[in-house]
Design a protein around this ligand. Structure first.
Ligand code: TRP
Length: 364
């Protein structure tokens, strides 16, 4: 039988999802879901992983689960095609994590560049590092392998996690026999979509910096963020001055979002972004016009998502049922993998009584 094509991806429920998530991952998940190429799509709400650096605030995680599911449903994740599930309700993941811990050294974990960067950001270097946080890449390997994922669509920052997972899979299969499926990462092709900067030009959108546009934001908020905070070209003082489009956040966002259709609809003096950029570089195109265009582009993308969200917000009981049913399916899938793993490790003592005969033989 040909290997099934299985997708697993996930998010930590620490806040609403923003435009960085949208271009970097959500939009593509919907395309993958509707492509008909994949046998299974699984989307994991990684609440256990979120707890590794929020142990003192489980309420935040609990509250944001609904935000994440609403974001999924409003962008077009279809629960009939994709399994949406909650990590903490999948006990197989905890068991797998525990076994995989023995296949990774602490030295290897300390070299994981994503964990290193996050440690810095969270101040763990000074305060002391929670062991759970330190080893979350192992739990992520459990997530991925438990679903037998062949493809893991993620942002660029997650590549070290997939690399670490592949090493664990190889080690497991070498040690206990061919059992686990080796996954591949899938990252966005468009470079600006891989890492959308914050509206202030900082490398990443982050809630604490206040430089995000959330996919659920209304037009007023989009305008406030773009007009009030978005970084352009500091040398472009008068409209007539030549301007730079590189490193100009308005153009970075246009690179990530606008299509020729948006020009026809909102700014017909240009056929495409290249023509608009040329005018900006020559001089004579003001930042106000560029921002106004960007606001129209973003709002035309987000308005239908907002409408969809409003419908689901009015029906939270259904949202709960979707999550409960998806999680029940995921329990089955992940338990099946755990059974295979325990069998490969020969620690499935109570599956049948075969060990009784082994013990008898041993004791003569
Ligand atoms: N670490 C991912 C993030 O921070 C979230 C995540 C958890 C995930 N488990 C996963 C992503 C499994 C892909 C596959 O975005």
């Amino acid at each position: 039988m040909a290997q099934k094509k299985i997708i697993l991806t996930g998010d930590r429920p620490t806040g609403r999802l923003h435009l960085g998530h949208y271009v970097g991952s959500l939009k593509r998940r919907v395309q993958l879901q509707n492509s008909g190429i994949y046998d299974e799509i699984n989307i994991l709400i990684a609440d256990d992983q979120a707890l590794t650096d929020n142990a003192d605030n489980p309420g935040k995680i609990r509250d944001n689960i609904v935000n994440i599911v609403l974001d999924y449903l409003s962008v077009g994740i279809d629960p009939a095609k994709s399994t949406i599930c909650v990590q903490s309700a999948l006990p197989a993941l905890h068991a797998l994590t525990f076994y995989y811990m023995n296949l990774v050294t602490t030295a290897r974990l300390s070299r994981n560049p994503t964990v290193k960067a996050e440690m810095q950001m969270r101040g763990f270097a000074d305060e002391g590092l929670p062991a759970g946080f330190f080893s979350y890449p192992v739990s992520q390997a459990a997530d991925i392998t438990a679903f037998n994922a062949t493809v893991v669509p993620v942002g660029e920052d997650q590549l070290p996690m997939i690399e670490q997972t592949r090493e664990i899979v190889e080690k497991f299969n070498r040690t206990y026999g061919e059992t686990l499926v080796l996954p591949n990462a899938m990252i966005p092709e468009n470079v600006t979509q891989r890492r959308l900067p914050g509206v202030d030009g900082k490398a990443k959108m982050s809630k604490s910096l206040g430089n995000c546009i959330y996919i659920s934001d209304d037009l007023k908020t989009i305008k406030k963020q773009v007009n009030g905070k978005m970084f352009t070209d500091p040398t472009h003082l008068r409209i007539e001055d030549p301007g730079h489009t590189e490193g100009n956040v308005v153009f970075t966002y246009l690179d990530a979002f606008c299509t020729d259709g948006h020009f026809a609809q909102f700014l017909p003096e240009y056929a495409n972004l290249e023509e608009m950029k040329e005018h900006y570089r020559r001089g004579g195109l003001g930042d106000g016009t560029c921002k106004k265009f960007l606001i129209s582009v973003l709002d035309s993308e987000l308005a239908p998502i907002r409408e969809e969200r409003a419908k689901w917000e009015a029906d939270i009981d259904s949202v709960y049922d979707i999550l409960k049913e998806g999680t029940a399916r995921a329990v089955e899938k992940t338990n099946a993998t755990l059974e295979k793993v325990r069998a490969a490790m020969r620690i499935d003592y109570f599956k049948d009584r075969s060990i009784v005969q082994d013990w008898k033989n041993l004791l003569g």
